[in-house]
Design a protein around this ligand. Structure first.
Ligand SMILES: Nc1nc2c(ncn2[C@@H]2O[C@H](COP(=O)(O)OP(=O)(O)OP(=O)(O)O)[C@@H](O)[C@H]2O)c(=O)[nH]1
Ligand SMILES: [Mg+2]
Length: 332
């Protein structure tokens, strides 16, 4: 599956960019009314072509890489985590700087070439243009490498739509998260990459009249104690917080998942703390095996028990959030 649907071109290295430019320029030869005129026209055309190919390439990167501001939101948090927004903005700034310097250098060189009648001087202006353009490009060499790497990382960001109301499912391994997502989803859920979990996240779609909502299972992310995580994993979890409109937390009172209720309740408390402000629907799975009466919604994907009630309880807050989002976007 495609990443977060950014269409970014391959980024050339400094050497590749210079090769491309010089190769283009070396093919150019112009005829003139005499030797001097021919030399001048050729030099003007070479400088123009080699500068233009570089600035067009660099400007293409500036246009096609997504604008990214530091914000407490899902995608910026992830981009910051995976790519580093400050470094990213610095790289794009450096590319923009080089492009404008090269454009100015081109215009200065063209003016100087036009203004001389000395054939060796034409040659030396052209050569010094090449030298200075090369050094501008070399100076952003690390930025170009960084952007090429960023391009690959962008491709591996999960293809979830942050504008669609999103239900996130949490709970220990084996409590029945995937079974629930599959049960509620309109088609087979898709697996999308997510930073720092090798398993990826599982995205299902719930159809509700004419609207579609996302339901996401996050293996390896919300199924462990937060204390056990390193900082980067914590940030990956917190990025999810911005995506989560409603959370379904699954307890498995049958304990066939392998975790007792004490452990499961402790994880629920930790999730509540880390997802404060997010409505959390606490549910109990596998009611065909064990059904308690603790005030949580019990359900079983096996027997179908409680499924309608659960679905209503998920859809109600999601519909409300959808209406709020719709109102927000009309305001803009
Ligand atoms: N009896 C019964 N078993 C269930 C029910 N729901 C899930 N299971 C079983 O519980 C096991 C785990 O289900 P999954 O849906 O894979 O659980 P999970 O939470 O996604 O597990 P991880 O992906 O490992 O985190 C499977 O063997 C399911 O068949 C249920 O309602 N009743
Ligand atoms: Mg699963």
């Amino acid at each position: 599956m495609a990443g977060a649907s950014f269409r970014i071109p391959t980024v050339l290295s400094a050497d590749e960019l210079m090769d491309k430019s010089f190769k283009r320029a070396s093919k150019i030869s112009k005829k003139g009314s005499d030797a001097l005129d021919g030399k001048k026209k050729t030099a003007l055309a070479k400088v123009t072509a080699s500068a233009d190919i570089v600035t067009a390439t660099l400007n293409g990167y500036i246009d096609r890489f997504p604008r990214m501001e530091k914000r407490e939101d899902f995608l910026p948090e992830l981009v910051d985590l995976v790519i580093g927004i400050d470094r990213y903005k610095k790289a794009l700034g450096a590319v923009r700087w080089a492009s404008s310097r090269i454009d100015k250098l081109k215009n200065d060189s063209l003016r100087d070439i036009r203004g001389t009648k000395d054939q060796t001087r034409i040659e030396s202006i052209k050569n010094s243009f090449y030298g200075r353009m090369s050094s501008h490009i070399k100076r952003i060499s690390a930025d170009l490498l960084f952007l090429q790497d960023a391009k690959n990382k962008f491709r591996n960001l999960p293809a979830v739509d942050p504008n669609v109301p999103t239900v996130v499912v949490a709970g220990f391994p084996n409590v029945g998260k995937s079974s629930l997502v599959a049960y509620l989803s309109t088609a087979t859920p898709q697996i999308a990459p997510y930073p720092f979990t090798t398993k990826g996240i599982i995205i299902g779609h719930i159809k509700d009249d004419w609207r579609t909502f996302q339901i996401i299972d996050t293996p390896g992310l919300l199924d462990r104690e937060f204390e056990d995580r390193n900082d980067i994993e914590k940030q990956a979890v917190l990025a999810l917080r911005y995506l989560t409109d409603v959370m379904v937390f699954i307890l498995d009172p049958s304990e066939t998942c392998g975790y007792d209720m004490v452990k499961q309740t402790a994880l629920l408390d930790a999730v509540k703390k880390n997802f404060s402000g997010v409505p959390i629907i606490v549910t109990e799975s596998k009611s065909d095996i064990v059904k308690r009466n603790e005030g949580n919604i019990s359900f079983s994907v096996e027997s179908g028990d409680g499924m309608d009630e659960l679905k209503e309880n998920i859809l109600n807050p999601v519909r409300r959030i959808f209406r709020e989002k719709a109102v927000e976007s009309e305001d803009v």
